[in-house]
Design a protein around this ligand. Sequence first.
Ligand code: SAH
Length: 282
Amino acid sequence: MTDTALPPSDWPRFDPGWVWLCGAGPGDPGLLTLHALNALRQADVVVYDALVTEAILDWAPQAERIYAGKRGGKPSAKQRDISMRLVELSRAGKRVLRLKGGDPFVFGRGGEEAQTLVQHGVRIRIIPGISAGIGGLAYAGIPVTHRDVNQAVTFVTGHDQSGESPSSLDWSAISRGSQVIVIYMGMKHIAQISAALLDAGRPASEPVAVVCTATTPGQQVLESTLGRIVTDIEQSGLEPPAIICVGRSVLMRQALDWQSQAAGEPVRNDDPLNRGPAARIA
Ligand code: SAH
């Protein structure tokens, strides 16, 4: 189905000179919002990131495409160039769609871009998207909150501002405060991160999942534990982009891995948290 008509509604008009900062979701084009689709249909130019699925750009055939990719915490000077490019395009009277992977305000520096635009007098609209740390886990069958597991979830980045190490985070506080920890950009520093969590008292047996290129046809999921994760990642050869989830909600995948089930595999365990028969009717 290639028809991308929007359902009838009072969709906002994209006026020339505006920049719409928009989340493209984690990968699967079906996870775009209708506001994103409305934006794609009207944009004159789409400035997009490395993590935006290219097929999504085909929904804006009229638009010029500008790639603003940036991977792995590279120098921030580039970020300034991107923001200024958006200002220039807006001043040229374009309808500028700034498309970012996931949600633009989740570890995507969307706030900085938006602020630069506002400081230059550019009119903006923000369109949220499904963040990889929520939607990506859902595609892997992992509920980011689950009543029997966590009342809190912490989203952390595995890179600090320099892009070099996660040392600026208080891992001990995070570890105590949050039963489930969802780590973005964590692959490079997984050895330090897992060591910090073990030091903070999290058990070596704690379940960990790594979800790579989540929600795309190439999605790969590794199930491991805090004690084994470094070795298991090395042996698996898995590469970023990946979301790493630490916590017992990972066990729920044994019941909720809907993609494997759709492919004909049996449910591994319909009560992975050992709640007993009550769990089946509650
Ligand atoms: N704004 C984005 C995050 C940008 S930071 C969002 O809300 O999702 C980039 C990091 O996001 C990657 O290093 C990875 O940790 C995560 N990520 C983004 N897309 C992903 C995907 N499809 N699968 C796994 N991780 C992803």
